[in-house]
Design a protein around this ligand. Structure first.
Ligand SMILES: Cc1cc2nc3c(=O)[nH]c(=O)nc-3n(C[C@H](O)[C@H](O)[C@H](O)COP(=O)(O)OP(=O)(O)OC[C@H]3O[C@@H](n4cnc5c(N)ncnc54)[C@H](O)[C@@H]3O)c2cc1C
Length: 413
């Protein structure tokens, strides 16, 4: 079958890889000169099933109220008269109940655990290297109440198949000596989680897909998706029109505009996040860390340390606000003073495609022949390889290896 994949981020590239491996004729379109150059470029680097608790959870509304008006808030809501954003916000609130949190955590874990297993198998089979590390991820806590809530959430995730170990501060330092000076109350270790450079992975996976016969057309802007009698018939780009009957929409935060032009709504909004990358200093951690209270993550990528975090609802604007970028670095150096030389820091911002329930939208669209693989929010790298396999199965008419229930756009009514 001939399939066009729209977008060469980590999601589109993983989808293309599995499709071409299954024997399909695959073309990938992207406006950038290479793969993984937008949101998949400098993310937090974590393969973190342990991060499966959705943003919409019972504790979030009170936190958001507390953070309102604070420029240093981990989550910043820039007020705009955008009906789509407000509709999204109402859906987000509706997902903050304990019941919805449990359902959404299970759905996220379903994809994340599948993806993590497939990533390990892919690595063993192809030898793909991307500055990966496999000592697990350690979540850190300084506040007793936050720790208690996290221990409860960890128990729920354990019941859903994710191994998580609650540790005292001394055990945290034994795992990661760089934390010796940190004033911790405890930690939770997820030994099977990993980390690695998503951009390097995406580029190398694109090469593996090309070696199997996929065509990547870079510097090609998608302008429209054309339909005939409710069926996909072509993709129009600034480089010409490509007739096609099957395509996968994997444009991250930019998927919504094209969906709208086709007459359906994708409840996905961009949440800007920042990262700082610096040469690792003598006190840089070797294992990947998550500071749950400050919503920050740390990943060691070879000789570099990547720090990422913050969420800003400010539309499709990936401009770097120097104040918020520097804040991330200052907080990191507060925890790990010898982590690296701030003068050599490189700042980046990207737009996470976030759904109101933190579960991506995977499956058919209302347009026959057009499939959706978007809305991966804060966990796109974690869920990429599994998403790709899942999409290749759906597109190829095979039964996916994980249950598709609750992952499609139909869950939004
Ligand atoms: C600060 C930050 C930290 C993060 N940390 C982590 C983490 O530690 N672990 C994790 O799992 N996830 C993390 N994420 C989330 C993860 O990076 C995203 O979920 C993931 O990159 C989304 O991938 P994607 O392929 O859907 O989107 P993208 O990577 O944005 O890919 C979409 C592609 O579509 C192309 N495109 C868009 N519009 C057009 C058009 N009109 N024509 C042609 N091409 C177009 C773009 O060029 C782009 O290449 C983080 C995100 C941020 C911002």
């Amino acid at each position: 079958m001939r399939v066009i994949v729209l977008g060469a981020g980590v999601i589109g590239t993983a989808t293309a890889y599995w499709l071409v491996r299954d024997g399909h004729e695959v073309t990938v379109l992207d406006r950038q000169p290479g793969a993984g150059l937008e949101t998949s470029f400098a993310n937090g680097g974590q393969i973190s099933a342990s991060h499966a608790e959705p943003w919409a959870n019972p504790a979030t509304p009170a936190k958001v109220l507390r953070w309102l008006g604070r420029k240093d808030a981990p989550l910043l809501w820039r007020w705009r008269l955008d009906p789509a954003l407000w509709a999204w916000g109402l859906r987000f609130l509706a997902n903050c109940t304990p019941g919805r949190t449990r359902i959404n955590t299970e759905r996220t874990l379903r994809i994340a655990l599948y993806s993590r297993t497939l990533l390990k198998a892919l690595r063993a089979e192809t030898g793909i290297e991307y500055d990966q590390r496999s000592e697990g991820i350690l979540h850190l806590y300084r506040d007793g109440r936050e720790f208690d809530l996290a221990v409860k959430a960890a128990a729920a995730m354990r019941a859903m198949g994710l191994e998580r170990r609650v540790l005292d501060p001394a055990a945290c330092v034994r795992l990661e000596p760089a934390l010796a000076q940190a004033k911790l109350i405890g930690g939770i270790h997820s030994p099977e989680d990993e980390s690695g450079d998503a951009h390097l992975f995406t580029q190398r996976l694109a090469v593996l897909a090309q070696e199997r016969g996929a065509t990547f057309r870079y510097a090609t802007r998608i302008e429209a998706i054309e339909t005939e009698a409710g069926r996909l018939c072509a993709i129009r780009t600034d480089q010409g029109r490509l007739a096609c009957q099957t395509a996968v929409l994997a444009l991250g935060s930019f998927s919504t505009g094209l969906a709208k032009s086709l007459g359906f709504t994708l409840p996905v909004v961009p949440a800007k996040g920042y990262s700082v990358t610096l040469p690792a200093g003598p006190g840089a951690p070797k294992m990947s860390l998550t500071d749950d209270e400050l919503k920050m993550v740390y990943s060691r990528l070879g000789e570099r340390l990547r720090i990422a975090g913050t969420a800003e609802f400010a539309g499709l604007d990936a401009a770097i606000d120097p104040l918020r970028a520097r804040l991330l670095l200052d907080r990191a150096l507060g925890l790990l003073p010898q982590a690296g030389d701030p003068a050599k820091a490189q700042y980046w911002a990207g737009l996470r495609p976030v759904t109101p329930d933190s579960v991506p939208i995977l499956g058919p669209s209302p347009i026959a022949g057009l499939f959706l693989a978007t809305g991966h929010g804060t966990l796109g790298w974690t869920m990429s390889v599994g998403t790709g396999r899942f999409m290749a199965d759906l597109v190829g008419g095979k039964r996916p290896e994980i249950d598709p229930k609750g992952l499609g756009i139909d869950r939004f009514g």
